[in-house]
Every structure is written in structure tokens, then in C-alpha cells.
Design a protein around this ligand. Structure first.
Ligand code: SF4
Ligand code: SF4
Length: 93
């Protein structure tokens, strides 16, 4: 079976550099930047074009700033929002 191709977007300005997404990515697609965002944190960046859209990174991100897409799907696969009040997790298959 062909491997699923995915992509993510990260709101890097809101990243706290906690490294959780980097640790949980099974593809080793993520790394923390060597530069800092305006809040003074290193931020997560996609370093390889091998994301499968597995959603791990979005699900572990405490800041809910990662959105996951899969090729061929119009809607994002995973959008996590409103973590400070009632956490909303939207996972579309
Ligand atoms: S969706 Fe999965 S494969 Fe893609 S960057 Fe996130 S953890 Fe890695
Ligand atoms: S899990 Fe979220 S806050 Fe932590 S490094 Fe990744 S993107 Fe940044």
C-alpha cells in the first residue's frame, strides 16, 4: 500500500519549544529551530518532506498550534483548539 502523504502547519509564534512534537513524530520530520520566536522560544519546524499526517504532533502539542493535512483531503485531518477552556479535538478521517 502506498504511504499516505501529509503536511502540517505550525503557528511558530505561539510555540513554547517544549519538544513534545519532535519526540512523538514517528517520521523524525520535526526539529526545534536554532533561532527564537518573538517570545524567546525555539520553535518546531518541519525538516523533511516525509510527513504521513499521522496527527501525533498535533495531539501532543499543549499549545494546540499544529494543524495536520493529508493529501487528497480538503479538510484538515486534525485541528486542536481551545485548550485553555474546553479542549476541542477535531479529527477527520
Ligand atoms: S503528522 Fe505525524 S508524521 Fe507528520 S509531522 Fe506530525 S507527527 Fe510527524
Ligand atoms: S509540541 Fe507544540 S509547543 Fe511544543 S515544540 Fe511542538 S509545536 Fe511547539
Amino acid at each position: 500500500m502506498a504511504k499516505i502523504k501529509g503536511h502540517i502547519t505550525i503557528k511558530t509564534e505561539n510555540c513554547k519549544g517544549c519538544d513534545l512534537c519532535v519526540e512523538e513524530c514517528p517520521q523524525d520530520s520535526l526539529e526545534l529551530s536554532s533561532s527564537l520566536n518573538s517570545a524567546g522560544y525555539p520553535y518546531a519546524v518541519l525538516i523533511q518532506d516525509n510527513c504521513t499526517g499521522c496527527t501525533n504532533c498535533a495531539l501532543v502539542c499543549p499549545e494546540a498550534i499544529i494543524t495536520v493535512f493529508r493529501e487528497g483531503k480538503k479538510k484538515p485531518i486534525a485541528v486542536i483548539s481551545n485548550v485553555t477552556e474546553n479542549m476541542t479535538v477535531e479529527v477527520n478521517q
